[in-house]
Ligand binder design. Structure first.
Ligand code: 13P
Length: 348
């Protein structure tokens, strides 16, 4: 393991106030998103969609890297150029989703555990040989106002994240650690904050136990938000304040970057909350605490792709307009990293 090379890769992912485009939906999830907007659920349509995303002109002005799914990593343009080469030529670093999905946790019907550790060492070696520089693994945590998530769920998922991360670093890939506290439900923001902090503490305990170099990974957490069905929703400033407080308490300063998932927030909400996090700490309000020790950025799937997918709708005539919609969301999120995002940007 070349730790210095891993550290440089991790730092490059968050350098220059850029974020990641997560386009690593499994075939099942991608098909669901296609079905929702009437796109045929075929391997060729998935290939066309991913080509549209990867070839959006100037994407790398705002995006440092892309997270791909196994199928996409092996696909090519019609002229035979592999997508790995397309991404490389566009100045995009290449990541790969390596978990095999969240499965029912035994005896706990409301909870899931992410699988994919069997054979992972060999798969990581194969992905590195194909050109991947980083990997992603997502664990999910359902929340309610009482018992969820269980200690068993936190332990099982954080242990898997620790083992995944150690294997990634051994294979020369930077692990993206994605513990997602879900937005479904009616729980309060305070409950989300308590659960997120407990999960993050569990994550870093496991990473330390498994000997993972904290300087050579990226954390991809949820923002601290109330459940979607909670009557009391919070302002962007409140989300920023709670999220930063939670992260400051639970995330070691050694971590080189925090890149949020969007989790089903709209593109506008995700951008405005990300902006508020930067506005909060540039405002130097001492009640909020010192500036965070890590760059804060984004690693969004839905909040970057959603408007573009609807515009494309599987029609090649809509390709350019869809790319423009993707680039707009990328620019809005990059502006948010500078504290420069505004509602006016959405109208432009
Ligand atoms: P969302 O931004 O849509 O939550 O997706 C991020 C991701 O990578 C899910 O694993």
């Amino acid at each position: 393991m070349n730790t210095l090379a891993l550290i440089k890769t991790a730092q490059a992912l968050v350098a220059n106030r850029k974020g990641l485009l997560a386009m690593d939906e499994s075939n099942g999830t991608c098909n669901l998103r296609f079905a929702a907007v009437g796109i045929a659920q075929t391997v060729e349509m998935r290939r066309e969609w991913r080509e549209l995303l990867l070839t959006a002109p100037g994407l790398s002005d705002c995006i440092s890297g892309v997270i791909l799914y196994d199928e996409t990593l092996r696909q090519s343009k019609p002229d035979g150029t592999p997508f790995v080469q397309v991404a490389h030529d566009a100045g995009l670093m290449i990541g790969i989703k390596v978990d095999t999905g969240a499965k029912a946790l035994a005896g706990r019907p409301d909870e899931k555990v992410t699988e994919g550790l069997d054979g992972l060492r060999e798969r990581l070696q194969a992905y590195a040989a194909l050109g991947a520089q980083f990997a992603k693994w997502r664990g999910v945590f359902a929340v309610d106002d009482g018992h969820l998530p269980s200690g068993a769920c936190i332990e099982a998922n954080t242990h898997a994240l620790g083992r995944y991360a150690a294997l990634c670093q051994e294979a020369g890939l930077v692990p993206i650690i994605e513990p997602e506290v879900l937005m479904d439900g009616s729980h309060t923001q305070a409950r989300c904050q308590a659960v997120t902090e407990a999960v993050l503490r569990g994550v870093f305990e496991q990473l330390t136990r498994q000997g993972v170099a904290l300087e050579a990974l990226i954390l991809k957490p949820n923002m601290v938000v109330a459940g979607l069905e909670c009557a009391a929703q919070n302002t962007a400033a409140e989300v920023a304040q709670a999220t930063l407080q939670c992260l400051r308490r639970a995330v070691p300063a050694a971590v080189p970057g925090v890149m949020f998932l969007s989790g089903g927030q709209s593109g506008e909400l995700a951008s405005s909350r990300l902006n508020a996090m930067h506005a909060v700490h540039v405002a130097a309000d001492r009640r909020e605490g010192p500036s965070p020790p890590w760059p804060l950025s984004f690693s969004f799937a839905r909040a970057l792709q959603h408007p573009a997918l609807g515009i494309w709708s599987g029609q090649s005539a809509n390709r350019v307009a869809a790319q423009q919609a993707l680039l707009k969301r990328a620019r809005c999120n990059r502006a948010a990293l500078l504290g420069d995002y505004s509602a006016a940007m959405e109208r432009s």
